[in-house]
Design a protein around this ligand. Structure first.
Ligand code: XMP
Ligand code: MG
Length: 187
């Protein structure tokens, strides 16, 4: 085996940052907040594939106002843990959002490059309003000024997996959010 073969330690050995229960509680709180903020209106949730798929699924069910959802996909980190800075759209929205109340749903707001790119792109479609909901926020890592309107948890600069988030496509189905060992991520 070459030294570049990825190592995938069992998730059960990794420290839990947020438990399944903590995530469920926060998602319900954000759902209630969104429901209050958009009372009597319809919203479109736009999930960023693939990381935000699970958060979006839970959030959509925690929102009491009329909602539909769509997905976009952008070029990702792949197996590397550091962003190249280049963001590219791989999959656009399926339905028009002009005049609609839109919330972009992300797994992590990290450097901010992905969400600033997506926000600019979505604004070109002339939505009635545009907000951002993110499961995690790593404010320390920001390279461009952008903030989310709804944040489940702020975290320090640690690489995490689970609840939709991956390391080399693994661990997305892990139910809680765990800290991926830095010594493995950094190899
Ligand atoms: P930027 O840096 O553009 O990127 O804000 C946000 C995207 O980076 C990915 N990302 C992570 N993915 N664990 C992951 O599984 C992490 O700790 C992590 N930090 C950033 C993520 O895809 C997010 O959408
Ligand atoms: Mg992502």
């Amino acid at each position: 085996m070459s030294s570049s073969t990825p190592v995938f330690p069992p998730a059960a050995e990794m420290e839990i940052l947020f438990s399944k229960q903590q995530i469920a509680d926060r998602t319900r709180e954000i759902g209630a907040q969104i429901s209050a903020d958009y009372k009597g209106q319809s919203i479109v949730l736009i999930g960023v594939l693939k990381g935000a798929a699970i958060f979006l699924a839970d959030l959509a069910r925690a929102i009491q106002v009329d909602n539909t959802f769509d997905f976009v996909a952008v070029s990702s980190y792949g197996r590397a843990r550091v962003s190249s800075g280049a963001v590219k759209l791989i999959k656009d929205i399926d339905n028009p959002i002009e005049g609609k109340h839109v919330i972009i749903v992300e797994d992590i707001l990290d450097t901010g490059l992905t969400l600033s790119y997506l926000r600019g792109l979505m604004l070109q479609h002339k939505p009635a309003s545009l907000k951002i909901a993110t499961c995690l926020d790593k404010p320390e890592r920001r390279l461009v000024p952008i903030e989310a309107d709804y944040i489940a948890f702020k975290i320090p600069n640690q690489f995490v997996i689970g609840y939709g988030m991956d390391y080399a496509e693994r661990y997305r189905g892990v139910e809680d959010i765990r800290i991926f060992p830095a010594e493995v991520a950094g190899h």
